[in-house]
Each structure stands twice: as structure tokens, then as C-alpha cells.
Design a protein around this ligand. Sequence first.
Ligand code: HEM
Length: 236
Amino acid sequence: MADLATKYGFDDAQKYFCAGSIIEAGSDTTRNQLNLMLAAAAKFPAWVATAQAQLDAVCGDAERLPTLDDWDQLPYIVAVIKETLRWRPNMTATGTPRALIEDDTYGDYKFENGTVFSYNNFGICHNEDEFPRNAEFLPERFLNDDLQDMLKGHLGFGAGRRICPGWHLGTRNMFIAFSRLLNCFDFKEVPGAPINDSEIDPLAHDHPPFQIGIIPRSHKHVHLIERECAEAGQDV
Ligand code: HEM
């Protein structure tokens, strides 16, 4: 990025803006998508058991954590990523707006330069004809020939020329976080505090967006976590 800044003659403010944009665009989005996956795990535990069966087949009974090298062996986790992006598109329910830079027409309609367009992101991703039982979290719906096309079947990374340029990194970040959490923990709603998955605030920074019970799957998983943390040089 430093090379590009030099090439295009950016001043300091422009450099900071670019660096800040990448940090902001790449961190909060992933954090929020992770929250949504956890909410789905607590509310629809059936799919979690399927994910854990596949994780156990690949990583053994708490023998190791999944890594990026396991991507091809964990298609269900890839489907979970896509279903998370479909079920609750975290950026905007009404898509990312675009403005015309010149007058345009569509059929008999005429639009002036500056007209703003957007799309019904939530409505498209919850179209019952395309996504039966659309309100439910069903990763199975993505276990098809397009599974590895991470941009197909949802609009979680936006659309068109300005689609998220960080989608490749974003999906890999989600793969590591999702697969490791699902490998080690079960998730439950807290009695008396049901998760309202229609109103999970993506901008909640000063308080948890919902309450959730996170329970290690077994003593072996606790030992695995402790071992991994020790290896990473951290205290648990
Ligand atoms: C779960 C992860 C992520 C999600 C859900 C996500 C989602 C989005 C969405 C919906 C947009 C708007 C696209 C549009 O206008 O059509 C966007 C833009 C952007 N994203 Fe991401 N993103 C993620 C991760 C990342 C990462 C890891 C990076 C970089 C390290 C990144 C960098 C950007 C940038 C720079 C833009 C602005 C692009 C532009 O306006 O031309 N994103 N992202």
C-alpha cells in the first residue's frame, strides 16, 4: 500500500484514510458475522451437530484444531459461512446504494444523473421461492455445485464493481473462527433471555448484542484449548 500511496502522490491524510478504511471494513464486518453465526448456533442447534460430526471426522475427537488446510475436507463449514451471509446480511438490509454519474434509461423509465439506486438485500436473500424455509438457518441449502463460489447465493459482500475487495480474506477469517468455535463448544440460549435474531445490532460496541451460553464440548476439548493457548504463548 505504501508503494501505491507513493505512486499516486497521496498526502498523509489520504494514507491514513486508506489504512483506516481497510482496518474498519475488515474487522467489524467479520466480528458481526461471527456474532450472527453464534446466534444461529444457539437458536438452531441441529445444524451445529452436523458441523461437529464433520469436524470430528477430520480433526479427531479433540485431537487438534481445524486449520485452513482443512477447507476441502470441511464443506459443511463453507456452507455455514454462506448461510450466515444469506440469513442475516450484516452490512445493510437495503443493499449498498449507488448513484448515477450520467443520465440513464431503463425501458421507458428515465433517470437523471445523481439518482440513487439500491436493492432489497434482505428481501432477495429471504425469497421463499429461492430459499425454502427462508427464516431458518439451513447450511444444507448451499451444499451444491456452487458451494466453492463464495459470492454466489447471497449478497453479504455487496454486488457489482464495488463488491467487497476483502471477500477472500473475510471468508478465510470466518472459516478459521467458525470451525474452531464449532469444534470446541456448544451454544445455548440463556433461560429468560431468548435471542432476538431480527434485531442484532451490528454497531453494538459498548455492550454484547445478546446473551449466549458457550459450553466446552468435553474435558478433552478443554485440554485441547489449553494446549493450543499454551502453544500460542497465552494464559488461559
Ligand atoms: C465477513 C467479512 C466481510 C463482509 C461481510 C464484508 C462486506 C462488505 C460489503 C457488503 C461491502 C460493500 C460492497 C458494495 O458496495 O457493494 C464491503 C466493502 C468493502 N470491504 Fe468488506 N467485508 C468483509 C471483510 C472485508 C475485509 C477482510 C476487508 C479488507 C481487509 C474488506 C475491505 C472492504 C473495503 C475496502 C470495502 C470498500 C470497497 C469499495 O467501496 O470499493 N472487507 N465489504
